[in-house]
Design a binder for this molecule. Structure first.
Ligand SMILES: [Cu+2]
Length: 452
């Protein structure tokens, strides 16, 4: 059942229990669904109107429905008492000793995850509200001796494998939710509360990638090469009350005083048309708002003066399309963008001269896909770049979708090396006499945000 549900890879010591329970709940739901479905069909046939011209006012006389209800309640009670409550109790009561764990504070904010490590002394430095600023999102007081070796990162959460992780979770603004799918952790972060959560990572992020390795179809990606015909620029006569749905302006529109009324890219909605007519504008240049976001260019295109509009392998944004049209370009060589999800290359492929075209650990780029296809390659082994990311599981604001942290489970050695680097960096800044400079920050080093 767990396989069938398509759960994310399980990389936590307690993950099996959670998955088992999820499986049980789904079996119960499946039984109820099937039972109700069968009864529904039975009722449709048994009580069809042609055989039952008058309604029965007596209803059910047998006791079967009561037995079934009792049975469902018993099954649910067993699920709750025998499985859910013991598993939950372990999560919230049986915390590991902090000396034997990786202890961090995670402070959520719109729209980032601030991670605070206590450093080698194991003591979290003092934080103060007055010190919170863009350079010091945790409000860490570096004049406190315990704070001098504290590490603060933004959207980068590194932990060693095989050792319990204890997170003290809080929030600076609204309710967020720390979601670590691969570690079966989901906990709301509530302003004013400090909520502890814990888990033990059993696999490194790289081991999860190895597990999730799959083949990327290079020849399929390249087979989608095509010529895109850009929508023609039309001259549109504006008439009061007439909207041109699906059309956008291709140049800024100015009134007689040369102040801009509308910008290129604005839509020809009824309101906008009316506004332009009121400003004395009779005609505009516009085009269909065809969207080529999902395509990448297969050539460099520039305008008459040689300024680049779009480079090979870049995505087409709406501005690029308008600029191409302005430069008189109506057709472009393109293919569908094939790397909507960030992939990590899992095998090194060498070209004919022996130098690598793609290297294990690379972020798979469109350039590399083209290069591998050019040397006759059909597939590349790839794995998800961020199989262990942190997602916010609360709709916490308009930038919610940006609230992603990169979590990396490292080997003990890799973690020590990373921690040593961070500590020496912080010591270099704060090791001397007490200073009041803001905290040293490292930000997430995951793949760059994809434009959509
Ligand atoms: Cu959030």
């Amino acid at each position: 059942m767990e396989k069938f549900l398509g759960l994310p890879p399980d990389a936590a010591a307690h993950g099996g229990e959670i998955d088992f329970l999820i499986g049980l709940v789904h079996w119960l739901m499946f039984a109820l669904f099937a039972g109700w479905g069968i009864y529904f069909v039975f009722a449709l046939i048994r009580f069809r109107s042609s055989k039952n011209t008058t309604a029965s006012y007596h209803g059910v006389k047998g006791h079967y429905s009561t037995y079934v209800e009792v049975a469902v309640i018993v099954v649910e009670a067993v699920l709750l008492v025998a499985f859910s409550i013991p598993i939950w109790a372990k999560r919230v009561d049986a915390f590991p000793a902090e000396e034997k764990s990786t202890v961090v504070r995670i402070v959520a904010e719109q729209f980032a995850w601030n991670v605070h490590y206590p450093g080698p002394d194991g003591i979290f430095g003092r934080t103060a509200l007055e010190l919170v600023g863009t350079d010091n999102p945790l409000g860490l007081d570096r004049s406190d001796p315990a704070a001098k070796d504290d590490i603060a990162t933004i959207n980068q959460f590194n932990v060693p494998v095989g050792k319990p992780v204890v997170i003290h979770l809080s929030s600076k603004d609204v309710i967020h939710s720390l979601n670590l799918p691969a570690f079966r952790v989901k906990q709301d972060a509530v302003p004013g509360l400090n909520i502890p959560v814990w888990f033990t990572p059993t696999k490194t992020t790289q081991a999860i990638r190895e597990e999730m390795t799959t083949t990327f179809d290079v020849s399929g990606a390249v087979a989608g090469e095509t010529t895109l015909r850009l929508p023609a620029v039309e001259t549109v006569r504006l008439e009061k009350g007439v909207a041109h749905d699906g059309m956008i302006l291709t140049s800024d529109v100015e009134d007689r005083e040369e102040s801009t009324v509308m910008y290129a890219g604005d839509e020809l909605s009824a309101d906008n048309v009316e506004l332009m007519i009121e400003s004395g504008i009779g005609e505009v240049h516009a085009r269909l708002k065809t969207n080529f976001d999902r395509y990448i260019s297969l050539a460099d295109y520039s305008d008459g003066e040689g300024n680049s509009i779009i480079a090979k392998h870049e995505s087409f944004g709406p501005d690029a399309v308008t600029e191409l049209l302005r430069a008189g370009i109506t057709e472009v060589a393109a293919r569908r963008r094939s790397t909507l999800d960030p992939w990590m290359v899992m095998e090194t492929l060498n070209g004919s001269d022996g130098s690598p075209i793609v290297t294990k650990g690379d972020y798979l780029s469109e350039e590399q896909i083209t290069a591998v296809a050019a040397m006759g390659g059909k597939t590349i082994l790839v794995a998800p770049f961020t199989p262990t990311e942190i997602a916010c599981a609360q709709l916490c604001g308009l930038g919610h979708y940006r609230m992603r942290g990169y979590m990396d489970v490292l080997t003990a050695d890799e973690f020590r090396t990373w921690m040593d680097e961070q500590v020496s960096m912080v010591r270099a800044m704060y090791g001397g006499p007490a200073g009041s400079e803001p905290g040293q920050l490292s930000t997430g080093d995951g793949p760059e945000e994809q434009e959509n």
